[in-house]
Write a protein that binds this ligand. Structure first.
Ligand code: NI
Length: 169
């Protein structure tokens, strides 16, 4: 089932999410909904808070569903290692219409549970490392806009505020 995507300003997006206790059928359905919503957007990553669920789950698929083995589901993820640095343009389904260059690690290793509750550890470089860091940020209540400095950040926040007031956000 497709779920509505929340946007910058919704409380759940700015609040750290809680760990998942147990992978119940409801959690499994949530993961299915997250995946479908990500593909429909379309996007390469989605975190549970983006559909209003304050739990530590994210999905990433750099192929956006084209490669059946491309889907990564991470429950209660943690960083194992992060190193290097990359600077690329980034956007977010919760901040539609805005992009900015964000500093991210070049390489990130994340461990957590898969959707069956089995431990897994995945190494990402370049775009995958960026996606991991972006989604992990969501679980901590941080959006890419919060990672920006100075005028660029203020410009985006001001435009969002204006859109909100006009009922267009
Ligand atoms: Ni995002």
């Amino acid at each position: 089932m497709l779920r509505p995507l929340l946007r910058y300003g919704a409380d759940v997006l700015h609040t750290p999410a809680r760990p998942v206790g147990e992978i119940t059928p409801q959690i499994d359905q949530l993961i299915t909904d997250m995946t479908e919503t990500m593909y429909a957007a379309p996007g390469i990553g989605l975190a549970a808070p983006q559909i209003g669920v304050p739990l530590r789950i994210f999905v990433v698929d750099l192929s956006i569903g084209r490669d059946p083995s491309g889907l990564i589901v991470m429950v209660n993820p943690e960083f194992v290692e992060r190193d290097g640095m990359q600077l690329e343009e980034e956007g977010c389904l919760s901040v539609p219409g805005f992009n900015a260059t964000v500093v991210r690690p070049k390489r990130a290793v994340v461990k957590g549970l898969d959707r069956h509750g089995h431990p897994q550890q995945i190494e990402g470089t370049d775009l995958l490392a960026r996606a991991f860091q972006h989604e992990m940020d969501h679980l901590d209540g941080t959006l890419f806009v919060d990672r920006l400095r100075g005028i660029k950040r203020e410009m985006i926040v001001r435009k969002i505020r204006k859109l909100s007031k006009a009922g267009k956000w």
